[in-house]
Ligand binder design. Structure first.
Ligand code: ADE
Ligand code: ZN
Length: 324
C-alpha cells in the first residue's frame, strides 16, 4: 500500500453509512429511505445523490457530531494510506452560516484533526465550500465565515453542488472575498458542465485548482491551456464512473489528460457513496492504465505541490513520501 495525498474529499460525503445510521438512531430521525437493502447509500442519479447527501447530513447537528465524523473519516483515510488530506467543510451544514456557530463546529473539527495527526494519523486541512444550488447570497455568508476563520486549518475556499444551477460569475464576490482573506481557491467544474464551465471558473473566479475538470477532454485547446497554465485537476475517477459521467474506468480521461501534460491528482470525492477508497482508486488506475509505483509517486508529488498548506507542512509530508 503506497502513501497517498488526497485533495478532494467532502467531509459529510465521507461519512460511513453505518455512522450516519447510528446518529439517526440516537436522535430518532427517520432517514431509512436513503439506504439500500445492503445498508449502502441509495440514489438514482447525481441530482438525487445531492438530495440523499443532504438527508444524510441532517443527522449531523452539533460540533460533537462533527468531531466524531472527523475521527471516523480520518480512520478511513489512514486505512487507505492517506498521509495528508484536504476536506471540504460547509458552514451551510455547520450552524447554518452563523459565524459564532461555525467557529464552534470548526473548533471541534480542527481539534479532532490535530489530535489524530498528533498520534501519527493523516494531516488534515479544510477548504470552506459554498454550495452552488443554494445560490450566491448564501455563498457570500459562507465566504465571510471562511474569511473570518482563515488560519492554519482553513486554508482554502471552493464551490460544490449542482454545476448547472448558477454561473461562476454569480459567485465572484465570494471568491474575491476569500482571496483577499488569503485563502487558496478551487471550484467544481467540468463534471456536469462541459469545457465552458471550466473556462468560466478560471476566468470569473480565478481558481488555481479545478474539482473534477475531466470534461476538458471534449476541447483539446482547453486541455493544452490547462497544461500550459499548470492548472491542477482534482480528479475523482470512481466518483465519475459511479455517477455515470463516464461509462467505465478504461473510458475515463485521466490517463489521456496526464499524457497531454495536465497536472492530474486522484481523490475519492464522497467515498462511501461511490463504494470507493483511495486504495481502490489506485488499484483501479493500475488495472485500467497500468499505472505503476513511479506514476503514483508522480501523482502524489503533483498533489503535494498543489496542496493548500504551508511550506513546513509540505516539507514534512514530502519527507514521509520520500521515506517509502
Ligand atoms: N458535493 C458532493 N459531491 C459532489 C460532486 N461530485 N459534485 C458536486 N458537488 C458535490
Ligand atoms: Zn466534489
Amino acid at each position: 500500500m503506497l502513501p497517498k495525498i488526497e485533495l478532494h474529499l467532502h467531509l459529510e460525503g465521507a461519512a460511513p453509512p453505518a455512522f450516519v445510521r447510528g446518529l439517526a438512531k440516537e436522535k430518532s430521525i427517520d432517514i431509512s429511505g436513503i439506504f439500500d437493502a445492503r445498508g449502502g447509500y441509495a440514489y438514482a442519479d447525481f441530482w438525487h445523490f445531492l438530495k440523499v447527501y443532504e438527508a444524510a447530513t441532517s443527522v449531523l447537528q452539533s460540533p460533537e457530531d462533527y468531531a466524531r465524523l472527523t475521527r471516523a473519516v480520518l480512520e478511513e483515510c489512514a486505512a487507505s494510506g492517506v498521509i495528508y488530506a484536504e476536506t471540504f467543510v460547509s458552514p451551510d451544514f455547520c450552524g447554518g452560516r452563523d459565524l459564532g456557530a461555525w467557529r464552534e463546529y470548526l473548533h471541534a473539527i480542527h481539534e479532532t484533526a490535530r489530535a489524530v495527526a498528533a498520534q501519527g494519523g493523516p494531516e488534515l486541512r479544510g477548504i470552506v465550500t459554498c454550495i452552488r444550488h443554494f445560490g450566491p447570497e448564501k455563498a457570500r455568508e459562507t465566504a465571510i465565515c471562511a474569511a473570518e476563520t482563515v488560519g492554519d486549518f482553513i486554508t482554502g475556499f471552493g464551490i460544490a453542488g449542482d454545476e448547472k444551477a448558477a454561473q461562476p460569475k454569480d459567485f465572484r464576490w465570494s471568491f474575491d472575498c476569500a482571496r483577499e482573506a488569503g485563502l487558496r481557491l478551487t471550484a467544481h467544474a467540468g463534471e456536469w458542465g462541459g469545457p465552458q464551465s471550466i473556462r468560466d471558473a478560471l476566468a470569473d473566479l480565478g481558481v488555481e485548482r479545478i474539482g473534477h475538470g475531466v470534461r476538458a477532454i471534449e476541447d483539446l485547446a482547453l486541455v493544452d491551456e490547462l497544461a500550459e497554465r499548470g492548472v491542477v485537476l482534482e480528479v475523482c475517477p470512481g466518483s465519475n464512473i459511479a455517477l455515470g459521467v463516464f461509462a467505465d474506468w478504461r473510458k475515463h480521461p485521466i490517463n489521456e489528460l496526464d499524457r497531454r501534460g495536465v497536472k492530474v491528482t486522484v481523490s475519492t470525492d464522497d467515498p462511501p457513496f461511490f463504494h470507493t477508497t483511495m486504495e481502490r482508486e489506485f488499484q483501479m488506475l493500475n488495472r485500467a492504465f497500468d499505472w505503476d509505483e513511479g506514476q503514483f509517486a508522480r501523482i502524489n508529488r503533483t498533489a503535494l505541490d498543489a496542496a493548500f498548506c504551508d511550506a513546513d507542512t509540505r516539507g514534512r509530508i514530502a519527507k514521509k513520501l520520500e521515506a517509502v
